[in-house]
Design a binder for this molecule. Structure first.
Ligand SMILES: [Fe+2]
Length: 252
């Protein structure tokens, strides 16, 4: 099964006079065009879809995503506004129609997807409160044998010096790690937020952070020629439930 991941597009409204408004739209348009060429089974979007959580930004986002031929599933980031996002994507049917959190499962594929909402209003860091942990544990318990990909905006682990304590709220980190460690069906955890590429083992599974699609806020990729070419990730889950990932640079 082939899965494309996009993240941190930080889309701005067309009317916004921000110098990167059109650049970010172009980055996403190029990624969408290239994803269609790769013909993945599904696209997972790990949040920070827009910059300010505004309805006009989501309208532009929807327009840019419309050409996608594969089904899209997204989870919010700290830049998103959950209610405005829910309204913008309500007709797609994958988000819960009510409730505080925008997390859900997708059971239509050989690999099960679990979207975990790590956001909280006015909070830049990720949150994994008791209610979310209980939901995740119960959801995983429903399908203990089925290969599962968990996707979350905030990485639930430290990343180098600039992302230490990314979700330190009491024991949230330790408890989430325990839940994931106990559930061997989790073949990978896909994240965004950090804007640079990271791969590591975490909680007995493979974790991936993809760089931002928006090249003006991307980090960790210094090549001049590459600087303007948006990148996204392609993940394969093979018959042995092994996660293989590679970065895909859009054509020049
Ligand atoms: Fe971001």
């Amino acid at each position: 099964m082939l899965i494309a991941q996009i993240s941190d597009t930080h889309i701005l409204a067309a009317a916004d006079d921000h110098p990167s408004a059109d650049l970010r739209a172009d980055c996403l348009a190029r990624v969408v065009a290239d994803i269609n060429e790769q013909r993945p089974d599904a696209v997972l979007f790990t949040g920070d879809t827009v910059q300010h959580g505004r309805a006009d930004e989501y309208a532009r986002l929807r327009t840019l995503l419309r050409p996608l031929t594969a089904p899209l599933y997204l989870v919010p980031g700290n830049r998103d506004d959950n209610e405005t996002l829910r309204d913008a994507f309500r007709s797609e049917g994958f988000l819960p129609s009510s409730g505080e959190f925008l997390h859900y499962t997708v059971d239509a594929f050989p690999v099960r997807f679990i979207a975990l909402d790590s956001t909280a209003p006015e909070e830049r860091k990720g949150r994994y409160c008791d209610e979310r942990q209980q939901w995740l544990a119960a959801t995983l318990a429903d399908e203990p044998e089925r290969p599962t990909l968990l996707f979350i905006h905030h990485p639930p682990f430290d990343v180098d010096d600039h992302y230490i304590g990314g979700y330190r709220h009491g024991d949230e980190a330790a408890i989430l790690t325990d839940i994931v460690t106990r559930n061997r069906q989790i073949v990978g955890v896909l994240c965004g937020h950090v804007h640079w590429p990271v791969e590591r083992e975490w909680a007995g599974t493979q974790a991936r952070i993809m760089p931002s699609v928006a090249v003006d806020v991307r980090k960790g990729i210094d090549e001049t020629e590459a600087q303007q070419r948006p990148i996204y990730w392609l993940h394969t889950v093979d018959a042995d439930a092994c996660l293989v990932s590679h970065a895909r640079m859009t054509p020049a």
